[in-house]
Design a protein around this ligand. Structure first.
Ligand code: SAH
Length: 364
């Protein structure tokens, strides 16, 4: 099978181009066509001869996901993209705009195997397959092209792996995609502009290389120096296992032990994501447990009001926490000197929660 050219690293691409025996500058031109001009068809790369175009097409495909639908949120200025992979599956990306910043939230899987009960991706969409690195890179390219054409942003400046899927269960592709995002010859994003979010599945004992720390998460974050966000959400194993089955295999103690192995620079923190479910995990006792659990890790908190959807409400009897509960929870954490932000959910009005848009579309 022909390889998607977007799956290749910079060096692999360079080697492949040199094999064609064309002038060296053709390689720089190819990168410009794809990564700067967003041209995804070899025959439209007009500075190339027909022979080079044919050679490229003979050896590679150039698949980027196609845009199936775009929904603009009236509330927060985010854009939700429903994209179709070459084999006809739906994935989501979100573009979030702020002054001087354009962040893309990418998916790394079609669906998710983790089945967190509050999440539409795992509980409703199910798990179809992992994405290739080129499909993650492709999300960036099509969304950036759209943003430029619609004058929303000149460039995407930040990437968060918070769409569908669990990055640490698709490490090969995520690793490759991050290498491409941070390669100064390609996207050139600084590592501080990239965040990987995990439910904590990387903490398998002995999975790290002998030379590593023994923690998949820590080894990966230490290798790239990208930011880590952890979907912690619950403060004790009984509760967490009830809502996040992954906790049965990777309980909190292991997860926290892994987080301690991450080398953080002075200014860096691990972000703890905490979904706020009314009466379930939003009481003062939970805030206290949270502080105790994470007392020896450098963290900041992102409180996320639960985003209920019609389909989820059939599966889980939960409501978003009240403003007061969220504020009280945040105040307690702040009183213990933690930095706390409250995510006023991006794109709630456009089914902006993880997997919710893809789900809505499927069920039409
Ligand atoms: N598997 C990774 C990446 C997905 S990130 C992880 O778990 O971190 C998606 C984020 O959205 C996670 O923090 C997830 O817990 C959160 N989320 C999922 N469903 C949600 C919902 N209904 N309301 C609010 N946040 C939700």
């Amino acid at each position: 099978m022909k390889k998607n050219i977007l799956d290749l690293s910079f060096n692999e691409l360079k080697t492949a181009m040199l094999e064609f025996k064309f002038e060296k500058f053709r390689f720089t031109q190819l990168c410009d066509w794809i990564f700067k001009k967003h041209v995804f068809d070899f025959t439209k790369m007009t500075s190339f001869s027909k022979i080079l175009q044919a050679q490229l097409a003979e050896k590679f495909t150039l698949f980027v996901p196609s845009i199936d639908e775009v929904l603009a949120s009236k509330k927060d200025g985010s854009y939700k993209f429903l994209l179709k992979t070459h084999d006809g599956n739906l994935i989501e990306s979100i573009l979030m705009l702020a002054p001087g910043r354009a962040t893309i939230c990418v998916s790394c899987m079609i669906g998710c195997p983790l089945k967190c009960r509050f999440c539409a991706t795992g509980s409703e969409v199910g798990f179809i397959r992992k994405l290739y690195a080129g499909e993650i890179v492709g999300q960036f390219l099509v969304v950036e092209k759209y943003a430029q054409e619609h004058k929303l942003a000149d460039h995407i400046t930040n990437v968060v792996f918070m769409g569908m899927g669990e990055p640490f269960l698709n490490l090969d592709s995520v690793d490759r995609a991050i290498a491409t995002f941070t390669d100064e010859n390609l996207f050139g994003l600084s590592k501080s502009k990239i965040t990987v979010s995990t439910a904590g599945v990387g903490s398998t004992p002995g999975a790290g290389k002998a030379a590593g720390s023994g923690s998949v998460i820590a080894d990966f974050i230490n290798k790239y120096g990208v930011n880590l966000a952890v979907s912690l959400h619950f403060t004790n194993d009984a509760l967490r296992s009830e809502y996040m089955p992954v906790n049965k295999t990777f309980p909190l103690e292991k997860l926290v032990a892994d987080l301690k192995k991450i080398n953080l620079s002075k200014r860096d923190y691990i972000t703890i994501e905490y979904i706020m479910l009314a009466g379930i995990n939003d009481k003062l006792e939970h805030a206290k447990q949270l502080v105790k659990l994470l007392s020896s890790v450098k963290v900041k908190f992102n409180l996320i009001p639960y985003n209920p959807t019609d389909s989820l409400s059939k599966l889980i009897d939960a409501k978003p926490s009240s403003e007061k509960a969220i504020n009280d929870f945040a105040l307690y954490l702040k009183s213990k000197d933690f930095t706390v932000t409250v995510r006023r959910s991006h794109g709630v009005d456009i089914e902006g929660g993880c997997g919710q848009f893809a789900l809505k579309k499927r069920s039409k």
